[in-house]
Ligand binder design. Structure first.
Ligand SMILES: NC(=O)c1ccc[n+]([C@@H]2O[C@H](COP(=O)([O-])OP(=O)(O)OC[C@H]3O[C@@H](n4cnc5c(N)ncnc54)[C@H](O)[C@@H]3O)[C@@H](O)[C@H]2O)c1
Length: 375
């Protein structure tokens, strides 16, 4: 959920783990590991319980800010000093294909989950969640076109996915086709050109997964507007442009197809403590874009859904959190399941939403967040 490929490291004050440790008002609280989010009581509920001038009422409405002590609101606030440090592009940890789940097997399952004979485009597919979801499509029977700024890594991963398939399915006569293509998803011309290249290579496109995106942590008032615009253009325009391009292609072919947009739980809640208002707004936009396009394109047999991941432990987040153990503890303390998600946790979700098993599901937001957003 937080990958800044653009502008990285420009004029940004970065808080490292060591700095966090010397900041007692943020992370070094005694109750840190067992933190739960604070809750509020509505004034009508308070009146019912204790009467308009009861003890409760006086304590909660008459108290001055800070009267409840040092902990007041501390688990549900952003802290502008918290800025996650992202590695340089060349230092990004590389992903590996998921092993041991992809072979033909003899477990009974619904045939409607299969993506056989389909072609799926996955933006941001060279790394992280997009890479694992590309593999999920391949394992489920589809051919895949990986789209990414980093074409070289996309090509390397395309080869690895095909090789993993061969290793896990010795003797299979049909090897899935996985290709890699360059596009800057925020650039309409680039998107058009890449879509044409994919159709030329695969003959058609049936499904789309939009995983290209990134986040940054900035105090809203300090956030340079050109960076905000860049973030919105990749996360929102990039999703919109690809969805329109694929929908147009499907309508021209008079074919049905499905789109899964990768949003984030940040589109529904406000993460703490790192400030990231524009990212949160972008992911809320993605969520409602999916609902709106689901209605607009339902007549054409195109379903549009959103997956909203919570905190996922990709190679990148693992590297960052290993350097920031306090931040790791804070995040995990807010997740009911008590752990971060694995990228593989999205494999079933994306396969399901793209498949015929989800035939009557459109405009839905499938949260894959360990329960984060329900507390
Ligand atoms: N990792 C998480 O915890 C998490 C949680 C919730 C949501 N998400 C969302 O999931 C998506 C994938 O996140 P990730 O953690 O896999 O990130 P990642 O940085 O590992 O992968 C993102 C990929 O998108 C590509 N990309 C970035 N900008 C692009 C552009 N303009 N054009 C084409 N490709 C571009 C990158 O090169 C990279 O390969 C993002 O939209 C992110 O917001 C992630």
């Amino acid at each position: 959920m937080f990958t800044s490929t653009i502008f990285r490291g420009v004029g940004r004050a970065v808080i490292r783990a060591s700095a966090l440790r010397s900041s007692p008002n943020t992370f070094n609280r005694a109750a840190f590991g067992a933190a739960t989010r604070s809750f509020s009581v509505t004034s009508s509920a308070r009146k019912d319980e204790k009467g308009e001038h009861g003890e409760y009422e006086k304590m909660l409405t008459g108290a001055k800010p800070g009267a409840a002590g040092d902990h007041e609101g501390s688990f549900s606030r952003t802290d502008k000093r918290i800025q996650v440090e992202y590695p340089e592009e060349a230092d990004y940890p590389r992903g590996q294909p998921v092993q041991g789940r992809g072979g033909f097997h003899f477990k009974r399952t619904l045939a409607s989950f299969s993506l056989e004979d389909k072609v799926a485009v996955v933006t941001g597919g060279a790394r992280g969640l997009g890479l694992v979801m590309s593999q999920a499509c391949v394992v489920s029977g589809a051919d895949v076109a990986i789209v990414d700024l980093n074409k070289e890594e996309g090509e390397r991963q395309a080869q690895l996915i095909m090789q993993t398939f061969k290793d896990e399915n010795p003797g299979a006569d049909l090897i899935p086709k996985v290709t890699a293509h360059y596009a800057d998803v925020s650039d309409p011309e680039s998107v058009k050109g890449t879509m044409a290249e994919i159709v030329e290579s695969h003959g058609k496109v049936d499904h789309l997964v939009t995983s290209a995106g990134f986040t940054e942590n900035f105090d809203a008032i300090q956030y340079p507007i050109d960076r905000v615009r860049k973030l919105w253009s990749v996360n929102v325009d990039g999703t919109y442009l690809w969805a329109c391009e694929v929908a147009k292609h499907l309508m021209e072919r008079k074919a049905s197809g499905n789109i899964v947009m990768i949003g984030s739980m940040s589109g529904a809640i406000v993460n703490v403590p790192q400030p990231q208002a524009p990212y949160n707004a972008a992911k809320a936009a993605v969520r409602h874009l999916a609902s709106s396009l689901a209605v607009e394109w339902a007549h054409a047999g195109i379903r549009v859904n959103v997956i909203s991941p919570g905190y996922m432990l990709t190679a990148l987040t693992k590297k960052i959190l290993d350097e920031n153990p306090e931040l790791h503890r804070k995040w995990v303390s807010l997740i009911p399941q008590g752990k971060m998600g694995r990228p593989e946790d999205l494999m079933g979700a994306v396969t399901f939403l793209l498949s015929d098993a989800a035939e009557y599901i459109t405009g839905a937001d499938l949260r894959v967040d360990g329960g984060y957003t329900i507390t």
